[in-house]
Design a protein. Structure first.
Length: 222
């Protein structure tokens, strides 16, 4: 049976890879050169984990001391650069890879927070922050409003996934079971929100004849 440290490491690398692909696809769609693509790959793939590690005192962050994080990020960027046509066949590829990365990181973030002795509430919140950190930084670098501020159940899905991990730990369940369940729920909720347009309530602007207008009513695949 693998240790909790190894399990979190595997989740981290999985999240790094899929988030790095989302960053690379966004960079290609914005017509950045290969250096810009690799930078966006690393940022999207690692800044959520770096932020988590800094907040819990796990410094220097794993992404800056373990060469596998850089290797996985660069590999994702190069795959996207050379095989973009294949990646782009997926419907809204950035959003799909983003949803997968969100699930990986939300689960890994919550599990690592638990391992560092944080309370259940703080562990769930840190799992959510881990999930949304890379995507937020990617969007800021691309001069976009971060998806977490307007996207269909983005942070909510991450919080649900992280909370399942925390609840599973409180109930004494095996971390593999709670992580798989939390990750599946996070991805499923985010995917269904993308597919069906589920979202939290928004303010309706009625002052100037713009009732119900919402300039960001749908997620963009960049």
């Amino acid at each position: 049976m693998i240790t909790i440290e190894t399990f979190v490491h595997i989740l981290d690398l999985g999240g790094t890879f899929v988030f790095a692909i989302s960053g690379a696809v966004a960079a290609v769609n914005r017509r950045l050169d290969i250096f810009g693509i690799l930078v966006l790959s690393f940022v999207a793939g690692n800044f959520g984990g770096i932020g988590r590690d800094v907040l819990i005192g796990a410094v220097p962050p794993a992404a800056l001391t373990d060469g596998f994080y850089l290797l996985v990020s660069m590999l994702a960027g190069l795959i996207t650069f050379f095989l973009y046509a294949g990646v782009d066949r997926l419907r809204s590829p950035v959003l799909l890879f983003d949803a997968a990365g969100l699930a990986f990181f939300a689960v890994a973030g919550a599990q690592k927070a638990i391992a560092f002795g944080l309370s259940p509430v703080m562990s769930a919140l840190l799992g959510m922050l881990t999930g949304i950190g890379g995507g937020m930084t990617r969007d800021v670098l691309l001069a976009d409003i971060p998806q977490v501020l307007h996207s269909d159940l983005y942070a909510v899905a991450a919080l649900v996934g992280a909370s399942i991990v925390v609840i599973g730990d409180m109930l004494g369940l095996a971390y593999g079971i709670s992580a798989l369940t939390g990750g599946a729920l996070c991805f499923g909720l985010r995917f269904m929100a993308i597919r069906h347009g589920w979202r939290l309530p928004i303010a309706h602007l009625s002052a100037h004849g713009r009732a119900g207008s919402d300039p960001s009513s749908h997620d963009k695949p960049y």
